[in-house]
Design a protein around this ligand. Sequence first.
Ligand code: XUL
Ligand code: CO
Length: 434
Amino acid sequence: MTQFFADIAPITYQGPDTANALAFRHYNPNEVVLGKRMEDHLRFAVAYWHSFAWEGGDPFGAQTFERPWHPQDQMDRAKIKADAAFEMFDILGQPYFCWHDADIRPEGADFAGSLRNFEEIIDYFLGKMESRKTRLLWGTANMFSHRRWMSGASTNPDPDVFAYSAATVKTCMDATHKMGGENYVLWGGREGYETLLNTDLTRELDHMGRFLSMVVDYKHKIGFKGTILVEPKPQEPSKHQYDFDAATCIGFLRKYGLEGEVKLNLEQGHAILAGHSFEHEVAVAAAEGMLGSIDMNRNDYQSGWDTDQFPNNVPEVALTYYHILRAGGLGTGGTNFDAKLRRQSLDAKDLIAAHVGAMDICARGLKAAAAMIEDGGLDAALRDRYAGWDSNDAQEMLNSDFDSIFANVVSGKINPQPRSGRQEILENYVNRFV
Ligand code: XUL
Ligand code: CO
């Protein structure tokens, strides 16, 4: 037992009326929603990097947090950090967590040294997981922080960096496989560019496609049964990122023949940066059968930065889960809180409260989404709006050509009559449930 969370008891469900700041009001893991336990719908995960590796810095100032595992450059402190992390998973009853290699182990003197540290900490995790329910939702490689990746990983102009990236991802996939991880994620923070003046965009995209094919080949070689996911984001840190949004990623996957092998890890804040709502991104991925997993963290709507805040908007979350439920759920994916505290939130209690609130918001959203599905109002409205397409004439038109369609229109047989889209009525409908 570490001292970090010493005075914080496991969080329990106490119902919507409790005044206890550290209790669930809505997240009741065993409550059945649409025939499935809430925990099994939501599949929450803690992001190791924001909760335990991030030190509270921003572009104008360094560390504000003082944790027992700081500074994070030694193996013994990496283990203290792991002790605290698993204590938090227990306190929250978290079913999953996610890591980057760089979050969990100190960098070694060279590749082999980093790998030794990494393998030691993975075994340390496995020891802790023996007696716990918490599992690995996904692992990933941090190929954006160290200066070697300043010009990209698989898209780097230097083939040596491509090689270093491949070796790094191999070790992270091995570790994810060993831990029974349910997905493997690739987010290309520096797979993009600052200026076309020094960038061969066509070549870089081909290298990225080839790299992802190697990831898929390696998955099959080692028998990893999890899902490979790419995470779209339009910019930050790069000015232009190749994985701009869901639609861009889907086009990329199709171009390189990977659409049957790779799905998407969608993040709310990234959707906002791309000028989309989160439910748009979810619906686009679901329409292509490529909905994989979600990072449920929002951005500040005014600043335009990737502020990675915990979710706190029930209507937004409800519409997201509505589309997830309609798509058949998250599958091997989950709801990862890729979210960090504000840098003034110094206390262990802040970290717990942030997750409790986020889990509650998601539970409320899920319940609202389920109620809308059970009520069927949105589905009925959609059916009604597209009912004209149920006719034989409309279906035959799709199999005809311009000349026969033209004949029907010019003869006056077809003469469109505009109908209301009923947006406000539908928004009012949603507000009844959230
Ligand atoms: C960065 C981001 C990453 C990925 C994993 O914006 O979202 O943390 O989720 O690399
Ligand atoms: Co993310």
